[in-house]
Design a protein around this ligand. Structure first.
Ligand code: PLP
Length: 333
């Protein structure tokens, strides 16, 4: 039994998100490959919070915790085109809190990357972008300094780690695991892009706690396989503990594929561009260039390799992020 109602939560999104079949995509892939599973899409791009995405689920629990301690300021960090930063800005607006965002230049692109897409939305939502930090900055330490200054000015800051990925945030994906467990189709695999690890960790903790047989494949958008498995497993185990699970999450439950990262975090790849165009042109659904595009490329690669059985039900978890497309005009034109 998983009881999420024990944890403070602030409602930010529309849940449960839809689970939809991808008929046209499945039919098209069956013309090309001999073994294609039944393909579904879980629409976490439709959580509703200022263009939506997976951080909405995490923020419901993080905001619950922040409000329980009477915070009046949210501080978080991310890459320049961070979807997490944008959803945190929206959550702060909705809860009447101030918001400071620390953005790390993990890569240097063009003017649109620096100012359009999520960055434009951060400003509209009323968040303050404190400064732009060079790649490799210790962002956790930088957030602590900003929090210290705020406290000195009488504010009550609540610091949210990058991607909202701690056990409290990961509870949001325990909720998603519950939705998928209650779905009418028996889910064999869940596939998604994995970065700061909270999404996969929460899914795995939830599925483990419920005794579900569904497996999760994280397509890494940044770290090599063993590093990512370690991060997901560590956070998943802590999340399962927070849930009150008696037995520990086995490391073998963590599946990661790191072959779709290409040149690095946020660096476009041909397979990502093809994946974004394919889903747009078969199902009318927009992915993003940094996470869901590479995650979907990983799913397509797995299908080409015959990784999934023809009768299996495979759910692509769409984690959102299409606002970042506007930071990548060059890549798609
Ligand atoms: C943050 C993000 C992810 C990765 O989720 P993690 O919990 O950080 O692993 C995937 N897709 C999108 C669009 C994101 O913004």
């Amino acid at each position: 039994m998983v009881q999420l109602s024990r944890f403070p939560r602030y409602r930010l999104g529309h849940f449960p998100t839809p689970l939809e079949p991808m008929h046209r995509l499945t039919a098209q892939l069956r013309e090309r490959y001999s073994q294609v599973p039944n393909l579904w899409i879980k629409r976490d791009d439709c959580t509703g919070l200022a263009t939506g995405g997976n951080k909405t689920r995490k923020l419901e629990f993080l905001l619950g915790a922040a409000l329980a301690e009477d915070a009046d300021l949210l501080i978080t960090q991310g890459a320049t085109q961070s979807n997490h930063a944008r959803q945190t800005a929206a959550a702060a607006a909705l809860c009447g809190l101030d918001c400071k965002l620390l953005l790390e230049r993990r890569q240097v692109r063009d003017e649109e990357y620096e100012h359009s897409g999520n960055v434009l939305l951060d400003g509209i939502l009323g968040a303050e972008i404190t400064e732009r930090f060079p790649a490799g900055t210790d962002m956790a330490a930088a957030m602590e300094r900003v929090a210290e200054q705020a406290r000195a000015q009488g504010k009550r800051p609540y610091v949210i780690p990058g991607g909202g990925s701690n056990p409290t945030g990961a509870l949001g994906y325990v909720g998603c695991a519950q939705e998928l467990d209650a779905a009418e189709v028996p889910v064999d695999w869940i596939v998604h892009g994995t970065g700061s690890a909270g999404t996969q960790a929460g899914l795995l903790a939830g599925l483990h706690a419920m005794g579900s047989g569904a497996r999760v494949l994280g397509v890494s958008v940044r770290q090599p396989e063993q590093h990512q498995i370690g991060a997901v497993h560590a956070l998943g185990a802590r999340t399962a503990e927070l849930l009150g699970c008696r037995d520990t999450l086995p490391r073998e439950a963590v599946h990661v594929d790191d072959r779709w990262v290409g040149g690095g975090y946020g660096v476009p790849t041909e397979s990502m561009v093809d994946a974004v165009r394919l889903l747009a042109r078969t199902e009318g659904i927009l992915l993003d260039p940094v996470y869901a595009g590479k995650g979907f490329a990983g799913l397509l690669g797995g299908i080409a390799e015959g990784r999934f059985g023809a009768g299996e039900h495979v759910v692509f978890l769409h984690t959102g992020g299409s606002a970042a497309l506007f930071g990548y005009r060059e890549t798609f034109s």
